[in-house]
Design a binder for this molecule. Structure first.
Ligand code: HEC
Ligand SMILES: [Cu+2]
Length: 313
């Protein structure tokens, strides 16, 4: 009967789906059973006790204790079974396991933004490893949205000013559709995201080289994104003003004075070194406070920064 379940609900793609579906199908089959059972009783009664002649007088029956107990107790038991079964699934859906990979989800008109433990961000594309517990910590920047993954059988509101959580363990490789299930304005129906369920190798590649955007965006633009999103902007200005660190404006191709008294030309290798080993050359007149970005920036992002600094003449 799995074809029937898949026809009604779509394929199951996370552990939670099996739990939800078994209860759902139990209720469906129960409903079908009682549809025919009650129908048959009605037909039987209509035939068995139909009026036979005009003079016939029906007996005066006030009640039947046995029958009344039966039709109260059986539904009561069924209702309790459904309640506890559903409650168990609800609790397991909303209490994440301790070791889950944590991803921050931000809903805003009209995109989903994801942030991984290593600081990587992506828009509308969520990458998760296959067969691993993933916990989503969700919040909204504007109105109420709702994160809905039909094939995981999971849905939860995403609310401004508060965190809600959701967790899952994807069991099928491939792509899953995410919908916003809370009307949130003009672009509501475009608020679509995809979950890429990656093999461990694909997930490693994603973390190392970034998503589609990081891998394909023009280098200069990628560099600007890195500058804005990874904190460079807090210390380095673009307009020549001196901040905690030297401004990026016009440094490309010019000599930099090291505090060791030597002169260094600002080229690609110099910038790369400044990012990965900031203490190797400390620019004269500045404190050695720049943190290393080793492991935080991908190769292509470093190339992007170089390209970006080059463009700031
Ligand atoms: C906490 C402040 C801080 C942050 C954040 C920071 N830097 Fe720096 N940076 C400095 C300081 C101070 C210097 C000068 C001293 C030195 O060379 O270590 C510097 C130097 C540099 C230089 C050499 C500049 C020159 O004129 O020779 C480059 C290139 C650079 N940083 C790139 C970056 C990039 C790219 C980022 C972001 C990924 C970044 N920095 C983030 C403080 C910071
Ligand atoms: Cu929405």
């Amino acid at each position: 009967m799995n074809w029937f379940r898949d026809y009604l609900l779509g394929p199951q793609s996370a552990t939670h789906a099996t739990e939800v579906d078994s209860l759902f199908m139990f209720i469906v089959y129960l409903t079908i059973f009682f549809f025919f059972f009650n129908g048959a009783l009605i037909f039987y009664a209509a035939r068995r006790w139909r009026r036979k002649s005009d003079r016939e007088i029906t007996p005066h029956i006030t009640h039947n204790t046995k029958l009344e107990l039966l039709w109260s107790l059986i539904p009561a038991v069924v209702v309790f079974v459904v309640f506890f079964w559903g409650f168990k699934g609800y609790v397991s859906a909303f209490i994440p396991p301790n070791e889950a990979l944590e991803i921050v989800v931000t809903g805003k008109k009209w995109v989903w933004q994801f942030e991984y433990p290593d600081g990587t961000r992506s828009l509308n594309d969520l990458h998760v490893p296959l067969n691993r517990d993933v916990k989503l910590v969700m919040h909204s920047e504007d109105v109420i949205h709702s994160f809905f993954v039909p094939r995981f059988r999971l849905k939860r509101d995403v609310i401004p000013g508060r965190y809600t959580e959701l967790w899952f363990r994807a069991t099928q490789p491939g792509v899953q559709q995410v919908f916003c299930a809370e009307y949130c304005g003009k672009g509501h129906s475009d608020m679509l995201a995809r979950i890429f369920v990656d093999t461990p190798e694909q997930y490693e590649t994603f973390l190392r080289e970034g998503d589609e955007q990081t891998r394909t965006m023009p280098l200069g633009e990628l560099g600007r994104l890195v500058y804005e999103n990874k904190g460079c902007a807090t210390c380095h200005s673009l307009d020549g003003t001196r901040g905690q660190g030297p401004s990026f404006k016009g440094i490309w191709g010019h000599p930099a004075d090291g505090s060791d008294g030597k002169n260094y030309v600002v080229d690609a290798n110099y910038i790369r070194q400044s990012i990965l080993y900031p203490q190797a050359v400390v620019v004269k007149g500045f404190e050695p406070i720049m943190p290393t970005f080793q492991g935080l920036l991908r190769e292509r992002e470093i190339l992007g920064v170089i390209e970006y600094i080059k463009s700031l003449q």
